[in-house]
Design a protein. Structure first.
Length: 452
């Protein structure tokens, strides 16, 4: 192939992928050679090579073939003597691929899961705030809170919501460049850019997005230079009034080994947590999944009480719940049986056993006394001062909630107290839970710690 032919192909490519994309990605390519069905190109950085290959590879092959140069494969190697950083510096707009390129890959981001949309997200009390905030961001209107920080335990729907935002934005604001990636991928990109001395490219790429979503940001805790770079990217985008969405497994302030200034930056926007699922939400999710499966297996029969049983017994996280249902369906359709309670118990014995972790009264007493800075012995001792009696009541309430023990039994474990004392404590805490937000928060926290 002559340089002329490549020139002609370039003209065709420019027409199909648009001028912006062309200038950014194709113009920097330097055609080197064609041997054994492989077309070799020099690229300023391997990032450009990867990107071109992923997003425009097929089109380049197609144009080559059209111009009478059938090629099996493209190969990109970094051109010696060229500095990637310089090239990017001249083109700050380097990272603005147009919509057609975006449709194939999300900039440097990760692919989106087609199942994770708002349509398939079941809402309930534990996640309604997070859902509402995500919806708002998905509308793509003016940035009202920045960043949106979503946190919560494993399998509670953080990733699902972030993908849903991205899908929604694609629909409603296709002109926006939306990048979703995990903090791990962010770090990988960063390290790659360092290695290739292409920090300019990295920076201009991330600073040119309209919406940046970084999942599982706790991952960068303790990784100092990645944190630093994340912080700069974050600030640059906030300054440009670009939307940022972050997720983590805990609140910003509770992420260990994360710089203070990053913590406080992360707290600037809206921080919402996904609470552990409650029974109603789990049942809702199961029902939705069943509806979806029904389309796949129309003959499926689920007996009454099975979903309720699962929602009641599998309270860890939604992923486990889904896994249980999938297995149940697979099994039932294989053996051609209807799904009864017995079948479910049989088929899911291991999952049910694993989630059956029993919280003990001793554990509750220990956690509560730690939380309120009191001696464990005072849990069962006679002291009646409020600073001790109140935590004791809380421990009794938790014992009632989290264990199967009867009131008299709980009383016995609290230094031989009467069951009416326990009953009174449970009632009192129940009242306070409604009227005192501090207590409500403490209860929630303790419950989470104990159930974890
Ligand atoms: P996280 O990122 O918080 O660990 P994911 O978003 O990956 O959790 O969710 C785990 C699984 O549970 C996914 O398959 C997701 O679709 C499902 N899931 C979680 N919450 C919901 C919900 N409210 N409605 C429907 N599916 C949910
Ligand atoms: Mg996740």
């Amino acid at each position: 192939m002559t340089d002329d032919t490549w020139g002609r192909i370039c003209q065709d490519l420019e027409k199909t992928i648009g001028k912006n994309n062309f200038v950014t990605w194709i113009a920097p390519l330097e055609f080197r050679a064609l041997e054994d069905g492989v077309a070799r190109f020099g690229v300023p950085t391997s990032f450009v090579g990867d990107w071109v290959n992923r997003n425009f590879g097929d089109r380049i092959l197609e144009q080559l073939a059209r111009n009478g140069v059938p090629v099996d494969r493209l190969e990109f190697s970094v051109a010696a003597g060229r500095s990637g950083a310089d090239r990017h510096a001249q083109k700050p707009a380097a990272a603005q691929p147009q919509a057609d390129a975006k449709a194939e890959a999300d900039m440097p981001g990760a692919p989106l899961d087609a199942r994770f949309t708002f349509d398939t997200f079941v809402t309930g009390k534990p996640n309604e705030l997070a859902h509402a905030a995500a919806r708002r961001v998905g509308e793509g209107g003016a940035v009202t809170f920045n960043p949106l920080f979503l946190y919560g335990g494993v399998g509670l729907g953080k990733t699902h919501l972030m993908h849903a935002i991205a899908w929604e934005l694609r629909e409603r604001a296709p002109e926006k460049t939306v990048v979703y990636l995990s903090a791990e991928q962010f770090m990988y990109r960063f390290v790659q850019a360092l290695r290739e001395r292409d920090m300019m490219g990295f920076k201009s790429l991330f600073r040119s997005v309209d919406v940046l979503m970084v999942d599982d940001v706790q991952f960068i805790a303790g990784k100092d230079s990645t944190q630093e770079e994340f912080f700069h990217t974050f600030n640059a985008l906030v300054d440009q009034n670009k939307q940022i969405v972050i997720s983590a497994d805990r609140a910003p302030g509770e992420i260990k080994d994360l710089e203070e200034r990053i913590k406080s930056r992360l707290q600037c926007g809206l921080v919402v947590d996904l609470h552990p699922t409650d029974y109603e939400l789990r049942l809702g999710i199961l029902q939705q999944k069943v509806d979806l499966y029904r389309m796949q297996y129309p003959g499926l029969v689920i007996c009454d009480g099975v979903l309720e049983f699962l929602a009641h017994r599998i309270s860890t996280n939604v992923r486990v719940l889904e896994g249980a249902l999938t297995r149940l369906f697979a099994f039932a359709s294989l053996v051609g049986k209807e799904i009864t309670l017995e079948l479910a118990q049989d088929c899911l014995a291991d999952i049910l056993r694993a989630t059956d972790r029993k919280v003990t009264i001793e554990e509750i007493q220990r956690k509560v006394s730690e939380h309120y800075n009191m001696r464990l012995a005072d849990m069962i001792g006679p002291k009646r001062h409020r600073t001790i009696a109140r935590p004791r009541q809380i421990a009794m309430w938790l014992s009632k909630q989290l264990t199967q023990r009867s009131l008299p039994e709980i009383g016995r474990r609290f230094g031989g107290r009467d069951h009416t004392t326990v009953m009174h404590a449970v009632k009192r805490i129940e009242e306070l839970r409604g009227s005192d937000p501090q207590i409500a928060e403490d209860l929630e926290l303790l419950r989470r710690m104990l159930e974890a």
